[in-house]
Design a protein. Structure first.
Length: 281
C-alpha cells in the first residue's frame, strides 16, 4: 500500500508502474470506444466494448457499482457516455448515436488495486464547427493543465492554467465548477479535488509520487448544471453543448507522466510546454 503524507497518497516507483498499466487499459478502451462511436451505435454497445477490453486485458472497472453514498444508487455501468447537453456521468443504454452528436466517453480501470481514469469527447458523423471547436478548446485546456505538473506544483497552478486557457480564446465558454478533477490511486476519487477554476500558488502542492485526474468540463453557454432523475446524468441547465476531456497524470522526478495517454503524454506535453518525464521500465 502507498504511504499517505498530509492526506495525499504517495506512490512508489513500482506503484506508479502499476498505475501506468491501468492507464494503458483506459487508453486502449477509449480508443476502441471512440472508433465504435458511429451513427447508429447505441451507448450500451460502447459499454460492451469497454467490458471486452477489461476482460481481454485482465482489469476491472472503476465505475461499475461505484457508490458515492448519500442515497444515490450505485453506478450501474462500466463507462459514462454523455451526449450533447449531458456534461458527465451519462448512463449507457438504448440511446442511438445520431449524426451531429458530441459525445463524452469516460472510463476507469483497476489493475492490481490501482485506478486509471480518462475521458475523451468524440464527434459522431458531421458535427457543427462550433461543437468541434468547443471540444478542441476543452482538450487544449486539459493540455495546459497537464503542462504545469511537476514536483511541488500547486493544485491552483493546474486549475489556473485550465481556466486561463479557456479564457484566452476569442469564444466565450462556460467552465463547469460543480464537478472537479481529483486525486487517484488505490481509489478512483481521492484528495485533493482539482478544480477547473482557480488561482496560481493556491491549494496543496503535489510531491513526487502524487497522481491526479485533470478533467475540464466546458460548455457553449452558461456553466450551470443539474442532475437528472436517474441520479447520475449531469446536464447543462441552459441545454447548451458540453465537452469533457480527462487524463490521469503522475508527478515524477523530472516532471510528469500522463498515465492514460498511449505515448505517456509526450505529444501533449511537448506541444503545451510541459515536462515529459516517464519512469524507465
Ligand atoms: N471519471 C468520472 C469522474 O472522475 C467517474 C465517473 S463516476 C462513476 O468523476 F460513478 F461512474 F464512477
Ligand atoms: Co475522473
Amino acid at each position: 500500500m502507498p504511504r499517505t503524507v498530509a492526506g495525499l497518497e504517495i506512490k512508489s516507483t513500482a506503484e506508479l508502474r502499476v498505475m501506468r498499466r491501468a492507464g494503458l487499459v483506459v487508453a486502449h478502451a477509449l480508443a476502441e470506444m471512440s472508433a465504435a462511436a458511429l451513427v447508429g451505435t447505441t451507448t450500451a454497445e460502447l459499454d460492451a466494448v469497454a467490458r471486452e477490453v477489461l476482460a481481454r486485458e485482465g482489469a476491472t472497472s472503476s465505475f461499475l457499482h461505484y457508490d458515492v453514498g448519500y442515497g444515490v444508487p450505485p453506478y450501474p455501468a462500466t463507462v459514462c457516455i454523455s451526449v450533447n447537453d449531458q456534461v458527465v456521468h451519462g448512463i449507457p443504454g438504448g440511446r442511438v448515436l445520431a449524426d451531429g452528436d458530441l459525445v463524452s466517453i469516460d472510463f476507469g480501470a483497476i489493475v492490481d488495486g490501482f485506478h486509471g481514469d480518462a475521458a475523451v469527447t468524440v464527434a459522431v458523423g458531421e458535427v457543427a464547427p462550433e461543437a468541434l471547436r468547443l471540444s478542441e478548446v476543452t482538450r487544449e485546456a486539459l493540455s495546459a493543465g497537464l503542462a504545469k505538473v511537476r514536483p511541488e506544483v500547486s493544485v491552483g497552478d493546474i486549475s489556473s492554467a485550465v481556466q486561463s486557457y479557456v479564457r484566452s480564446v476569442p469564444e466565450r465558454y462556460g467552465i463547469v465548477a460543480e464537478f472537479t478533477g481529483h486525486g487517484i490511486g488505490t481509489q478512483m476519487h481521492m484528495t485533493p479535488d482539482v478544480p477547473n477554476l482557480g488561482r496560481r500558488n493556491r491549494g496543496p502542492r503535489l510531491p513526487i509520487g502524487a497522481a491526479v485526474a485533470v478533467e475540464p468540463m466546458v460548455t457553449l453557454g452558461s456553466p450551470g448544471t443539474h442532475v437528472l432523475d436517474d441520479d447520475w446524468t449531469v446536464v447543462t441547465r441552459d441545454g447548451s453543448l458540453a465537452s469533457h476531456w480527462e487524463h490521469t497524470v503522475a508527478v515524477t522526478p523530472g516532471g510528469c507522466w500522463v498515465l492514460t495517454a498511449e505515448d505517456g503524454g509526450e505529444s501533449i506535453l511537448t506541444a503545451a510546454g510541459g515536462r515529459f518525464a516517464p519512469l524507465a521500465d
